[in-house]
Design a binder for this molecule. Structure first.
Ligand code: KG4
Ligand code: ZN
Length: 408
């Protein structure tokens, strides 16, 4: 089965084409499922949002609208015969479809509609032989989600291909099943996760501990009560004067502090580390960083000294790491976890990855850590999550709705 994946929940515009074969086994693990990545593209808007210190929803929406069709064109060029052409639409067929989209889609996403209308002769009239479109329906920024959903609606109607809506967080769980070492185009078996597993999802918008009994069967057992862990990284980075997204800057500064033996200038709290539940709260940590910056010595130019910032980044990373590790242990004990699955952009953090590896080794269970490009937002994980659902998950394109707070 060939699946097109579409992801626009935040500030990455992403598309992917994959082929899958085999079946999941009854225990809910990956069974004989195999996947072939035909092409996967991510266009990041992070640099544009940097000026706002975070993702600016109406800008994200407009950028997705401008970028999706050029990205789809690039994807089709990259695929280069890897997917056959099912048929070619004539002018009348394309025009009829556009007439419907003009009233249904153009008012909401004018940039998307305009570029769609202009791309008929370039490639849209050549209907690729794909079996399914998988698209993120939430959670995320609703105006941004709608752009991807509207692209899915138009392609579904134009190409007569069914759509499967995918939960973004499920995408991050499934992302860790995708091996990253095989070259594009090669068949690779999806990792088989022993169940039950604990999935730990951490991104700019989410911090969730999830009990996974099988692929498709999830229960959120812990979540943040305020800021997400990525948000805490981003806000702390901002206080230290680093650009958005701040996570990688904090990580680099902390790494240098450790290498050079720079000590933390203050002790930060380990939020909720002693609480009995599996929930998180990071807003107090951010406030502690704010107070620390106010009391910090300043250099001659009135700025925070470089060494002070690096020492603080180190302490911040340690505080986050110890908190996440203590909650992970508690979740694994509760679930009787036979595996741990990680997902979300924050998983790119080296210190956290090493800490999670130590916990998994101590429990003697496998840890599924997605590789760099799969841990951040991408459409490959959405395509795979959509492809492994059964036919009952297919919906009529007119039933697609964005849900910014969609639960797993
Ligand atoms: O999953 P993701 O790409 O987007 C969503 O938020 O859905 O996650 C982005 C988050 C940002 O908050 C970013 O600062 C954080 O992941 N991040 C990191 C690192 N790389 C990205 N946080 C800590 N250390 C990193 N190396
Ligand atoms: Zn994400």
């Amino acid at each position: 089965m060939i699946t097109l994946g579409i992801e626009t929940s935040c500030d990455e515009t992403a598309l992917a084409l994959i082929e899958t074969r085999g079946a999941a086994d009854a225990a809910g693990a990956a069974g004989s499922l195999e996947c072939r990545v035909i092409a996967s593209l991510v266009h990041s808007q992070a640099a544009l949002h940097s000026a706002y210190g975070g993702v600016y929803p109406s800008l994200a929406k407009r950028e997705h609208g401008k970028n999706l069709i050029p990205l789809l064109h690039k994807l089709m060029i990259e695929v280069d015969g890897g997917v056959g052409i099912a048929c070619e639409l004539d002018d009348a067929g394309f025009r009829d479809a556009l007439d419907n989209f003009r009233t249904e889609i153009a008012p909401q996403n004018p940039e998307l509609f305009e570029s769609f209308a202009g791309a008929g002769d370039a490639f849209l009239k050549k209907v690729p032989a794909i079996d399914r479109i998988a698209v993120t329906e939430g959670p995320g920024l609703e105006p941004a989600l709608w752009v991807g959903l509207n692209l899915a609606r138009m392609l579904s109607a134009l190409w007569n291909v069914p759509v499967v809506p995918v939960n973004h967080m499920e995408g991050h769980v499934v992302g860790s099943l995708i091996p990253s070492d095989a070259p594009n185009g090669a068949w690779q078996k999806l990792f088989d996760i022993p169940m039950p597993a604990v999935a730990f999802l951490m991104s700019g918008g989410h911090t969730e501990l999830v009990r996974v009994d099988r692929i498709g069967m999830y229960e959120v057992i812990g979540e943040t009560q305020d800021d997400a862990v990525g948000e805490a990284f981003d806000k702390t980075a901002r206080l230290l004067g680093f650009p958005y997204p701040g996570g990688p800057h904090i990580a680099m500064a902390a790494h240098e502090a450790r290498e050079r033996g720079i000590k933390p200038p203050v002790a930060l709290p380990r939020p909720m580390i002693g609480s009995k539940d599996l929930n998180f709260s990071f807003s107090g940590l951010k406030t502690a960083v704010l107070y620390a910056t106010r009391k910090a010595p300043l250099d001659e130019s009135g700025a925070l000294p470089d060494e002070w910032k690096k020492g603080l980044a180190r302490e911040f990373e340690d505080a986050v790491s110890e908190t996440l590790v203590s909650k992970l242990r508690a979740a694994m004990d509760l679930v009787g976890a036979r595996a741990v699955v990680m997902g979300g952009g924050v998983v790119a953090n080296h210190t956290l990855r090493e800490a999670f590896k130590r916990v998994a080794a101590e429990y003697g269970v496998p840890l599924f850590l997605p590789s760099g490009y799969i841990s951040g937002d991408n459409a490959l994980m959405i395509a795979v999550a959509g492809a492994i659902k059964d036919a009952a998950a297919e919906v009529d394109e007119s039933a697609l709705r964005a849900d910014g707070t969609k639960k797993l």
